[in-house]
Design a protein around this ligand. Structure first.
Ligand SMILES: O=C(CO)[C@H](O)[C@H](O)COP(=O)(O)O
Length: 230
């Protein structure tokens, strides 16, 4: 079946200067980012703490129009749905691992007016998330162990992306962790279309060029796929 899901590039601000989050986010948007990927960590689900909805709400005030995703690396994803929606987030991505009622949480996220992303850690099988695809708008395949930016990309996660893409040609599939110019081709060829990239973008002297090249790498594969079907 034909694949028609084009690239969206969502820089992660995890390793950016968090004291200047609004300026950094705006800079990335000005460089062509499609959305901003905001890493919320609670120190329990992952061994690190970042920020939560109060900060996102302030960011929203400074940046009224951007598309925000919060990547909820938290033990109790249901707990933060309402305040996160109130903070102006459009895509609420949470992990299935700590969750005993995934479908219920997905429903509540949608009732709160947000889209649903479902994430899995590297040790979680893709089959474990597949049963929830009807309840979600996007699946996130982690390509590092969540918790820290700047880690090494795990190529062996690409089999999960490949499996999802071959079974769900129109699904939004996001990859996150160690994604940059040296690893984007693997992600693109496997079928990922939502690309989270932290250090490779925020640490670059030319983030605009990095964002453009990440997008082009994905779209080249998508267009090639479409041409093969015409
Ligand atoms: O979720 C994350 C870590 O848990 C980050 O979004 C991710 O690691 C992005 O940073 P980098 O591209 O530097 O790996």
């Amino acid at each position: 079946m034909e694949r028609r899901v084009f690239a969206k590039i969502g820089p992660s601000i995890l390793n950016a200067d968090l004291s200047r989050l609004a300026e950094e986010s705006q800079r990335l948007l000005d460089c062509g980012a499609d959305y901003i990927h905001l890493d919320v960590m609670d120190g329990t689900f992952v061994p690190n703490i970042t920020f939560g909805h109060p900060l996102v709400k302030c960011l929203r005030r400074n940046i009224p129009d951007a598309f925000f995703e919060t990547h909820m690396m938290v033990q109790e994803p249901a707990r933060w749905i309402e305040p996160t929606a109130d903070a102006g987030v459009q895509l609420y991505t949470f992990h299935i691992e700590p969750c005993s009622n995934v479908v219920d949480v997905c429903r509540k996220v949608r009732e709160a007016g947000m889209k649903v992303g479902l994430g899995i850690k590297p040790n979680t099988s893709v089959e474990a998330v597949a049963e929830y695809i009807d309840a979600a708008d996007m699946i996130l395949i982690m390509t590092v162990e969540p918790g820290f930016g700047g880690q090494k990309f795990m190529s062996d996660m690409m089999s999960k992306v490949r499996w999802l893409r071959s079974n769900y040609p129109s699904l939004d599939i996001e990859v996150d962790g160690g994604v940059g110019l040296d690893t984007i081709n693997q992600c693109a060829e496997a079928g990922a279309n939502m690309i989270v990239s932290g250090t490779a973008v925020t640490g670059s002297a030319d983030p605009k060029s990095v964002i453009t090249r990440l997008r082009d790498a994905v779209n080249d594969v998508v267009l090639g796929h479409m041409n093969n079907h015409n």
